[in-house]
Ligand binder design. Sequence first.
Ligand SMILES: [Zn+2]
Length: 188
Amino acid sequence: MRLKFFLHFLFISFVSFSQNGKLTGKLILKDVENYKSVSEKTYIILKTGNRIDSVKVNHNLSFVFNNLATDTLRLSISPRTYPTNIIYRVCLKENEVKHVEIPYASICPYSEGKGNVCPVCKKNDQVIPIVYGFTMKIKYRDKNGNATDKNGKIISKEEEEKVTSKQGGCVITDCQPNWFCQLDNIDF
Ligand SMILES: [Zn+2]
């Protein structure tokens, strides 16, 4: 009788505290040339309400977390991902198994050293610089009201209205694009 009660109690505990959720995932590496080093040193960090876990990715950049309770999971990657470090949220229901694929870049994809040639059209004739911080466009006029450049040389209306830079916003991070191709509509 006592044993039966005990077993019953055990069963109840098992049901109410079951943590059979599972999260599997894979990093989709953008800088594939760094595949080896990424597979050797990259950790996935998982935070839930009351616990922090981390696992190293395996040789094919996948990972698994077992025994998860119903919760909102917050996933991040160490070392951080570029251009912006992102925390992913995954909602896990009871006993649910979820798979996530996370884009990952181990290095900043933008570099001033790469120059202003567009990676898509391979040209720079439609490329303009991206300007960060507060900027304003200054228009110059000579004494007769003609539009001029900053050196006082008269310029045409088209030249005056030509877009010469893209506003990059006021938030400056350690990894941001320097150029914009107007033809392909991409930052690089
Ligand atoms: Zn282009």
